[in-house]
Design a protein around this ligand. Sequence first.
Ligand SMILES: [Zn+2]
Length: 149
Amino acid sequence: MEIPPNPTPPETQWERDWAAQRRLRRVTSLSSLARCVGRGFRKRCPKCGKGAVVSGFLLPNAACANCGEGYSHIRTDDFAPWISIMLLAHLLMPAMISVERLWHPPFWLHLLIWVPVSIEFVVVFLPRAKGMALGLMWALNIRGDEHQY
Ligand SMILES: [Zn+2]
């Protein structure tokens, strides 16, 4: 049986940090990562799935009320708004373009339709995106204050 060659040792500081970070991840498979993100989407604790991870509109809980896992050290910053913007753009822009191409409504009607729809989408989805960001970052053991390269 042929023994595979050892992988090339990390050379740069970035590669050494990345290799060290991989060893600290809380999940090892894509399905468990998806489960953590899904629990975050339901605004539930990525670890146990029962306690709330987001309270109010966007305030992350310091710790899960059920299992006690802490989340106050995770900084999601602009991650949740970016997720919302990306999804909003990909869902609403085709709808806006389709309405314009099919019925050519006046501009004021576009405003009347799409501004409330966009605001409603953000109000509903942004806290879930915050939970998804927390779930993903918790699963990958990312705090959000790592060194920038
Ligand atoms: Zn929990």
